[in-house]
Design a protein around this ligand. Sequence first.
Ligand SMILES: [Zn+2]
Length: 410
Amino acid sequence: MIKLSDRREMAARVVARCRELAAYSEVAGETTRTFLSEPMREVHRLVAGWMTSAGMAVTVDAIGNVRGVFGGAGAPRLIIASHLDTVPNAGAFDGILGVMLGIAVVEAFAGAGLPIAIEVIGFSEEEGVRFRRPFLGSMALVGTLDEMTLGVKDTNAVTVSDAVRGFGLDPSRMGEARLSPVTKGYLEFHIEQGPVLESLGRALGVVTALVGQTRLEFTFAGHSNHAGTTPMHLRRDALAAASAWVVAVEELARGTDGLVATVGRIEAFPGAGNVVPGKVTALLDVRHAEDWVRGEAVGRLMDAAASAGAKRGVAVSHRVLMEQAAVGLDVGLTGMLEEAMRNIGEAPVLLASGAGHDAMIVAPHVASVMLFVRSPGGISHHPDEDVLLEDVDAALAVGVEFVRLVAAAY
Ligand SMILES: [Zn+2]
């Protein structure tokens, strides 16, 4: 059992390490660190050093994931992972916190025997910035990174394979990045990147699922005409129809538990102040942790668009741009994470993740669980992204307790 004062010191070190890594950037004065970029080399050196000091055997796999294994190669293994890449002009904690907490959990067990092994992974790529393809690191881990993706080019016409070679790694060894067959579970600590925990006044949340998502493009086709000479009853105003629909989108989402729906872009044509808008295109994003709820909502929003159009002689059509199913996390491990929270005196809070994370890629292959750490101000993907020291301390305590419970169960 680590002493409370030691744990607080370890949590402070976690935060300090996140801040230290934030200095390694492709752009001076900010934190921008994309897949296998030059500053990632120094990040690898530091992370590998901390892993080694914690007693882990460290390797870098063919996609550039830094991996440290603590404990015997044949022992049942728990992965604790998140990502080391960032969005442009990022904060210090998105992804990085999960890796640093993983190392701290191992540090807490240093010297003590554990019947399981812990593998801490710093994924090389999650954000999808360089190749517009997210999750390259975790996809290599579960074996879903295919040849086509390895051939995708960045803006400098460098392929993923070229980038791997340029970093001194061997893309032909991608198969060796696959997770060990002794892997039994996956834990990801991550900042919430949203305001829910803060609004509840809570430090930590157990993630039950990563929401599914539908993105659609709607077209409202009416008729453009003179804004002065066309009486109201003879108009086919596409923007008026779209506007009524946008309000209906908000109303449905507000009235449906856990549903978020957003019209994030709307364009009116011809786009002149003195012309009745004849055509509007709009992008709709709908998310929910239950696929059937999302499916039903999308259906109702299609109907709402059609009826808003019909009232105004506006034809409505749509096309689906993206459809992604929700990913549920492991019920058994989620229960253990809740138990770990109770054991350290934190009443569990359950929530769904509205954003995608590596756990989404890993969960179909390995029993997976996620712990969210409160985001002050709900701010993320921004230099002001922050964490509270006491929250990191609580997350570390939960992580250590969770490992204890998992070790007893395996
Ligand atoms: Zn992240």
